[in-house]
Design a protein around this ligand. Structure first.
Ligand SMILES: *Cc1c(COP(=O)(O)O)cnc(C)c1O
Length: 423
């Protein structure tokens, strides 16, 4: 498509956008009396207007029914998470029995590691990407130490090459091959939080399995952003937070995936709790843990219904809009933002370097931009003028044009403000 850096062109794009009505379904903070241009949905998604209704419903049921709400609420609380199975499985490409909602992301990774990182003296290494999100680094290091290994030896990091900005898939493949039968687990972030690089999860999962390792994914920046086919790719396990692209609210509940092939394996250790116990017999309070078959069998505590309510509101929006339509718009919007950045850059002395892959297959809803010759004042200027971006040292801004609530006109408008802010 031939893009143009004009408001008229952007408006035409918006007019033919099948998802345009959703912008009005979100609440935007205001700066100088105007709704902001929001580029940080990769960090905390905006609040959908319909969320309040879902939360109010739980508050009302709690007020009017108290403990009886577990069984008689409009959406009974005792199995509230089962409402996610259908829509959430469609977002991540799983069978309904393979997904559940519980706890928070890093906690779920720890719990899943109990089942899927079972090192032996010979096969104990974990392969991950260098500079993984810090919480994942701490999680992996502490798991390895817990099992009596030295992180310096047991954690194998794949680095980007000198002078390049992201990791080559072939280098991941080579490292998997090289680690061979010492490799117990591959665990990578499906979309890198810093560069926005999307990894070839299908190929990497297959390569991990070929060496006899298990493969898990942290999908914090992937869930609700890219096309996932966790079941077909034979991913062993995965977890994601819901407050980034999934718009469920700060620090909110995490989703987890456990592949069907593990559902009947009674030998898998897990840290159990009463909510993972056989549904029919849960309230008989019997001794002896009998897990629910499927991802729900990894549940521990009874459900934080007040935090699941906003997640449910959001997941139903995803089901309504459909991942394919969101991805189609995401691709156009990201490409248009890339075009705008190039246009602005061409007219100034600055030098913007997009460090996200230029190949649309290797990126999703994020462009990370190195602002050579510019610094924090530019970021501050954008914030003061109603453009919310994210600043990372040394001088990178991350821009996520989220298809649910960003428009083409937002991209155009951003370009105008950016141009004024450069000096
Ligand atoms: C956002 C993010 C987290 C955050 O973890 P919490 O447990 O939800 O605080 C972890 N890992 C990755 C890769 C992330 O992007």
């Amino acid at each position: 498509m031939q893009f143009e850096n004009t408001r008229a062109f952007a408006k035409t794009m918006d007019a033919r956008d099948p998802l345009k009505k959703y912008k009005d379904e979100f609440i935007f903070p205001r700066v100088n009396g105007k709704p902001v241009i929001y580029f940080t949905g990769n960090s905390l998604g905006l609040q959908p207007k319909r969320t309040r209704k879902y939360v109010d419903e739980v508050m009302k049921d709690w007020a009017e029914l108290a403990v009886e709400g577990h069984f008689y609420a409009q959406k009974p609380w005792w199995d509230y998470q089962e409402r996610f199975a259908g829509p959430l499985s469609r977002v991540v490409g799983a069978k309904p029995s393979e997904v559940t909602v519980m706890n928070t992301l890093t906690v779920n990774l720890h719990l899943l590691m109990v089942s899927f990182y079972r090192p032996t003296p010979k096969r104990y290494k974990i392969l991950c990407e260098a500079k993984a999100f810090p919480s994942d680094q701490y999680m992996l290091q502490s798991q390895v130490k817990f099992h009596g290994f030295d992180p310096a030896d047991a954690i194998v990091e794949v680095e980007k090459r000198e002078g390049e900005h992201y990791i080559r898939t072939e280098d991941i493949m080579a490292k998997i091959e090289e680690t061979g039968d010492e490799l117990a687990l591959v665990l990578i972030g499906g979309v890198n939080y810093y560069t926005g690089q999307v990894f070839d999860m299908k190929a990497i999962t297959r390569a991990g399995h070929r060496t006899g390792a298990l493969v898990g994914w942290d999908l914090a920046h992937a869930a609700g952003n890219i096309k996932l086919q966790l079941h077909d790719w034979e991913v062993d396990f995965a977890a994601w937070c819901s407050y980034k692209y999934m718009n469920s609210g700060p620090g909110n509940a995490s989703g987890a995936f456990v592949h069907e092939k593990h559902h009947d394996n009674g030998d898998l250790p897990r840290f159990a709790g009463w909510w993972g116990h056989n549904k029919e017999r849960r309230f008989l309070m019997e001794p002896g843990f009998d897990p629910v078959r499927g991802a729900d069998g990894w549940q521990v505590s009874n459900l934080p219904v007040l935090s699941l309510a906003p997640y449910l509101a959001s997941i139903e929006m995803f089901d309504e809009a459909g991942m394919d339509a969101l991805i189609r718009k995401r691709n156009e919007l990201t490409a248009y933002l890339e075009f705008i950045l190039e246009q602005v850059d061409a007219g100034t002395d600055s030098k913007f370097e997009i460090i996200t892959p230029r190949n649309p297959e290797e990126r999703a809803c994020q462009l990370s931009v190195f602002l050579h010759g510019q610094g924090k004042p530019l970021f501050d200027y954008l914030m003061k003028n109603g453009v919310i971006t994210d600043w990372r040292e040394p001088n990178v801004i991350r821009l996520a044009p989220v298809p649910f609530y960003c428009s083409f006109e937002d991209m155009y408008e951003f370009g105008q403000i950016l141009k004024e802010g450069i000096n």
